[in-house]
Design a protein. Sequence first.
Length: 207
Amino acid sequence: MFAIHALYHGRSRRRADYIRDVAEALASTSAVSDVRIYSAEGFAVVSPDADGATTVVLNLLQAGDFAVGIGAVVADPDDVGDPGVVHDQLFEAAARSFGRQHRAATVTTRVELPGPGGVRAPGIPADVADDVTAAFTLLAHVLTRRTPEGREATALMRQGYLQTEAADYVGISKQAMSQRLAAAGWQAEQAGWTLAVHMLRRVTELV
């Protein structure tokens, strides 16, 4: 289980409405099990697994105007804990992941020991947290450099379209769609997705 905290760095004049719309859109998916909105500053969600967390983070990076913090807690096999308390600590860990500085389209990760105090888990958990951040940093490099056409093409592929179907939908040839996907770094995104999910699953295996 993970918390993802999103801090808004955009310029929308209706920032509170925009933040709420993004949070509610994510909350309507299976990738999110809990959401908290912090007025015009941002919001945080809880995601039940590595795939869901990766989906949420990629959507926020694609938006381009959120700093993203991921929070996790090392599992305690002797203490299942109250779900509300667990969510509270996850939300706090995600908020603490930012430190003093944060900017749009960046990701930070913090893994904490269970229980009060917000103690950062040392050793292997800290190394895994750094690996998670590195994986999403590579993905952000790809996502933030896409043209609108590239974003449209990759969004269709993410929805399950075949290249021919995506080309027909957009109204271009299959070759043009293939070139558009290559320019958008679609293969790099797929590799980055797999790496990010793998790294987050390592977090859930920490005891």
